[in-house]
Write a protein that binds this ligand. Structure first.
Ligand SMILES: [Zn+2]
Length: 93
């Protein structure tokens, strides 16, 4: 397993009109796939990377939840797809 001490202290995404920050890296409780929890704007966003390369993005706004299944080439690609998707939402603070 990864040593948490080796994780970057803060991971962010630049170039979006909302704040993006990596909160947690973990293995899925259901299937063991790598997952990342991000804050993107006012949303909690879970990135789930399947072994076969498919990505699953779950956006949670508290009273609303949406998800997206996409093809991606890795976790960094999945982050960008997720932020691009979030960027299409009308955001309210
Ligand atoms: Zn999985």
């Amino acid at each position: 397993m990864d040593d948490p001490n080796n994780w970057p202290e803060t991971t962010t995404l630049e170039g979006y009109p909302f704040h993006c920050e990596l909160i947690e890296e973990r293995a899925s409780e259901d299937c063991g796939c790598p997952e990342e929890l991000w804050i993107m704007g006012s949303l909690e966003v879970t990135l789930h990377l399947e072994e076969d390369g498919r990505g699953h993005v779950i956006a949670d706004a508290g009273d609303w939840e949406g998800d997206l299944f996409i093809e991606c080439s890795g976790i960094e690609d999945l982050r960008t797809h997720a932020a691009d998707w979030i960027n299409t939402f009308p955001l309210e603070e």
